[in-house]
Write a protein that binds this ligand. Structure first.
Ligand code: NDP
Ligand code: OXD
Length: 312
């Protein structure tokens, strides 16, 4: 039996589609009558405290999100394998966001927007893409998709990951010991890391101060599409205020929804979107998780299983 436990998304719609796809395999929701011990799979997003109560026969926990940081902090998380969402549609949407914001900052959008507001005609030619280095933190599923889409645009690319990567056309840096060297040549810093104890708060004032200053007019830029826990918002406000950063594109926040009192709202060089960089698409999600369940029931190994010791 599959149990759905999805908050802040249309659980009824997911249940109807999963039910149709998996029939006659039983699919239930929280309000339905069912024996918890018969649940073999739970499909979760923003799991409540009682989400796993009585689920003694769990084979796997299926995460609607690609990021599992919140799930891993669940106080009663059972010891079953966690399968996270990995999907071409999700990757494409994230890359859409990354490409849009990288190209916007490369073309000095903030500068020309301010000029327009001031009715000021002031010519300044943005550098060629090849002279602008985009540094991507996190070279997993999403980071790798982003570089395949940025590469044809001609940017110089570099990546930072936990373990070394050898990707054609991307200068790879790995581990804490190469972090400063990675930052030192980066004009546009894109964050696609998972949120773990090691990466919490990584977008801080010290990090910003290490980015390359003589690449983009006005200074370096950050783009965070991963988790709000990666960023220190007070540091971003300070860095945007004193020119350490020229601009910031933020899709995620320390507290979501971003409180109306946040000073970020008022900063013209801060580009805010409400955690919409990439949504888990229903039709591809239904296909993906149905296949996971069918394969598992047929005795095949689970895919995209979270490594709990790494935290992602
Ligand atoms: P993956 O697990 O595929 O990739 C994670 C990458 O981060 C890997 O390259 C890994 O290194 C690297 N990494 C992990 N820890 C460290 C560390 N301490 N130092 C350096 N590098 C590290 O994740 P995805 O690409 O699928 O997703 C990334 C994140 O994007 C998710 O965790 C989620 O939080 C966020 N996300 C946000 C969305 C949004 O709408 N805003 C939507 C979807 C996801 P290595 O390769 O060596 O293991
Ligand atoms: C995710 C997200 O992790 O939407 O998938 O943030």
């Amino acid at each position: 039996m599959l149990l759905l436990h999805l908050s802040d998304v249309d659980e009824a719609s997911w249940a109807a589609k999963l039910g149709a796809e998996l029939a006659p395999y039983p699919v239930v929701r929280r309000g339905d009558q069912f024996a918890p011990a018969e649940v073999r799979y739970i499909f979760v997003w923003k799991a409540k405290t009682d989400a796993f109560d009585g689920l003694t026969g769990l084979q796997a926990i299926l995460s609607l999100g690609a990021g599992v940081d919140a799930l891993l902090k669940h106080p009663k998380l059972p010891d079953a394998p966690i399968v996270r969402f990995v999907d071409q549609d999700l990757s494409q949407r994230m890359s859409d966001y990354v490409v849009a914001h990288v190209t916007m900052h490369h073309r000095l959008y903030s500068r020309f927007r301010a000029d327009q507001m001031a009715r000021r005609w002031s010519q300044l030619y943005p550098p060629a893409a090849s002279k602008t280095t985009v540094g991507i933190m996190g070279m997993g599923v999403l980071g790798q998709d982003a570089v395949t889409r940025l590469k044809p645009l001609g940017f110089a690319l570099r990546s930072w990951s936990r373990t070394p990567k050898n990707i054609d056309g991307v200068e790879g840096f790995a581990g804490q010991e190469q972090f400063d060297a990675f930052l030192g040549g980066t004009d546009i810093l894109v964050n696609l890391l998972p949120l773990t104890p090691e990466t919490t708060g990584i977008l801080n004032y010290e990090t910003f101060g290490k980015l390359r200053r003589d690449g983009l007019e006005g200074g370096p830029v950050i783009i965070n599409a991963a988790r709000g826990g990666h960023q220190r918002e007070a540091d971003i406000v300070k860095a945007l205020g004193n020119g350490t950063l020229a601009a910031a594109s933020l899709d995620v926040f320390e507290t979501e929804p971003l409180p109306a009192s946040s000073p970020l709202w008022e900063l013209e060089t801060c580009y805010i979107t409400p955690h919409v960089a990439a949504i888990s698409n229903e039709s591809s999600g239904v296909r993906y998780f149905s296949q996971v369940i069918r394969d598992s029931e047929a005795g095949k190994p689970l895919v995209n299983v979270v490594d709990r010791s790494r935290g992602y």
